[in-house]
Design a protein around this ligand. Sequence first.
Ligand code: GTP
Ligand code: MG
Length: 313
Amino acid sequence: MPANSIEELPGVGPATAEKLRDAGYVDLMAIAVESPKVLSEVAEIGESTAVKIINAAKQAADVGGFETGDVILERRRNINKLTSCSKAFDELMGGGLETQAITEFYGEFGSGKTQICFQLAVNAGRPVDEGGLDGNVFIIDTENTFRPERIVQMAAALDIDPEEALKKIHVARAFNSHHQMLLVEKAQELAHDLRVRLMIVDSLTAHFRAEYVGRGALAERQQNLNKHMHDLLRFGDLNNAVVAVTNQVSAKPDAFFGDPTRPIGGHIVGHAATYRLYLRKSKGGKRIARLIDSPNLPEAEAVISVSEDGIRD
Ligand code: GTP
Ligand code: MG
């Protein structure tokens, strides 16, 4: 049986496990790719023991593999686009939010991040030929901001039975960052029996930001955020689902990233998100969405409105 945790590796007792964790080796993969020399110094063990531990970690960790280009092309052929109900925004995104990718919305409070998530949740249940994904939605709600009443309003505005819309939206509260990460695993289990085409994490970073305070905690925060993002991307790939996450901007200088218009989580979140959108408030209930980072689309803006009916041009 391959080991499931650091403690289960041969030659690792509680004291060694603690030393490894303190040094930032929080999962098997981190150990699997380390050199025996470094590991023996960090954990204060002999080099031959380190070799044994690394070999066991290599067997246990999911190192991944190589795929040929034609297999990847085939998977990309299955990509769908989810509409936002705003033509301008969909055009900005090359036709809508892409499945098998993470789209990050960041912006200050009230910039419309949560409202967009509600609209996407309603739309994902619609048929594909109406810009939907004909599937269920998972929402990981970290700030208790899910409002079924808004789903009812937005569904009614599209002539969808609100009850039907609500039945497709599955919401879980995450009480801390660890719980939030576990919920992605749980979601993957549930997705075996349920056609899930949209995963929302609103907010991606709030718990991480609140829990890991100060410079000393930054490395661990970033490491866990990185794992979380990769788990989400994997969920998107496995289910051909859209992954939409929200992120705040730092009002006061972050321990690391001082710029006040910067999204939380820095480069880790930025690199893992396939598309990044910066939302800001404009006059008369309008919002400006700016596409910041995309592998295949130009940097550009779209103006959207937030109303009782939801997101529109
Ligand atoms: P934080 O989560 O606080 O960071 O903000 P957010 O970006 O998630 O903001 P959210 O999406 O919740 O936007 C809230 C704003 O949406 C409100 O200030 C309103 O301007 C607008 N809004 C929400 N509901 C309605 C509604 O029923 N009618 C109209 N006209 N506007 C609404
Ligand atoms: Mg919100």
